[in-house]
Design a protein around this ligand. Structure first.
Ligand SMILES: CC(C)(COP(=O)(O)OP(=O)(O)OC[C@H]1O[C@@H](n2cnc3c(N)ncnc32)[C@H](O)[C@@H]1OP(=O)(O)O)[C@@H](O)C(=O)NCCC(=O)NCCS
Length: 175
C-alpha cells in the first residue's frame, strides 16, 4: 500500500489541488482559442455528449461564444489554476430554469478543479433552484454536482450530437 493521498481516476493516480489555487474570472476574448481547442477534444466531447453538432467548426464555435459573451443573462467565467486557464463555467436559461455547465481541460481532470470551480460559482450565481444536466454515464460530472449539494430529480432522454444518438440524461437540482 502506498498510503498516498492521490485518488485513482480512470486508472491514473491523481492528487487534488489546493482549493485556493482555483479561481474564476470574467471570460476574455483571448480565452476563446483555448476554449475551442479543448472543447473539441474527442474524449471530452464524448463525455459531455450534448455538444455542438460539429465541435471542430471554428466559425460555429466563435458565433456561439459571441452570443454567450454578449448575453447579459448568461453568467460565464473562465476557470484558472493559479494563472493558467483550465476551463470554463456558465449559467444559462434552459426550459425556464437556470442551468449550470462546466468544462475542464482533459490534462487537469481528477484534481478537484470542477468541484472547486462550481463551489465558487455558486457564490456568484445565487439564483435557486439551479439545474445541472449530465449524460447518465458522465459519472465525473454527476459526482461534481452531488459534491456541491445538487440532488437527482429526473431522468430524460435526448439527442446527443457527440454520440450521434439519443441517450439518457440525469437532471439534478440545487434548491
Ligand atoms: C466532468 C468534468 C467537468 C469533471 O472535472 P474534474 O475537475 O475532473 O472534476 P473533479 O476532479 O472536481 O471531480 C470529479 C469527481 O468524479 C469522480 N470520478 C471521475 N471519474 C469517475 C467515474 N468513472 N466514476 C465515478 N466517479 C468518477 C472523481 O473521483 C471525483 O470525485 P471525488 O472527489 O469524490 O473523488 C471534466 O471531466 C470535464 O470537463 N469533462 C468534459 C466536459 C464535461 O463533461 N462537462 C460536464 C458536462 S455536464
Amino acid at each position: 500500500m502506498s498510503g498516498g493521498r492521490g485518488k485513482l481516476v480512470s486508472g491514473r493516480a491523481q492528487s487534488k489541488v489546493r482549493a485556493a489555487r482555483v479561481s474564476l474570472r470574467e471570460v476574455l476574448p483571448e480565452d476563446l482559442p483555448v476554449f475551442f481547442e479543448n472543447h473539441r477534444d474527442p474524449s471530452a466531447t464524448w463525455m459531455a455528449a450534448f455538444t455542438m453538432a460539429d465541435p471542430s467548426d471554428r466559425a460555429a464555435f466563435d458565433s456561439h461564444w459571441e452570443k454567450i459573451l454578449a448575453h447579459e443573462h448568461v453568467t460565464k467565467r473562465t476557470i484558472l489554476l493559479d494563472s493558467e486557464v483550465v476551463g470554463n463555467i456558465m449559467c444559462y436559461q434552459l426550459l425556464g430554469a437556470a442551468n449550470v455547465a462546466y468544462w475542464i481541460w482533459k490534462e487537469q481532470w481528477g484534481k478537484g478543479i470542477a468541484t472547486e470551480a462550481l463551489r465558487l460559482f455558486l457564490a456568484i450565481v445565487t439564483e435557486r433552484p439551479l439545474v445541472g444536466r449530465t449524460a447518465a454515464d458522465n459519472f465525473a460530472s454527476r459526482r461534481v454536482l452531488e459534491k456541491c449539494g445538487f440532488v437527482r430529480i429526473d431522468e430524460e432522454r435526448g439527442f446527443a450530437h457527440a454520440r450521434g444518438e439519443k441517450i439518457d440524461e440525469i437532471v439534478f437540482r440545487l434548491d
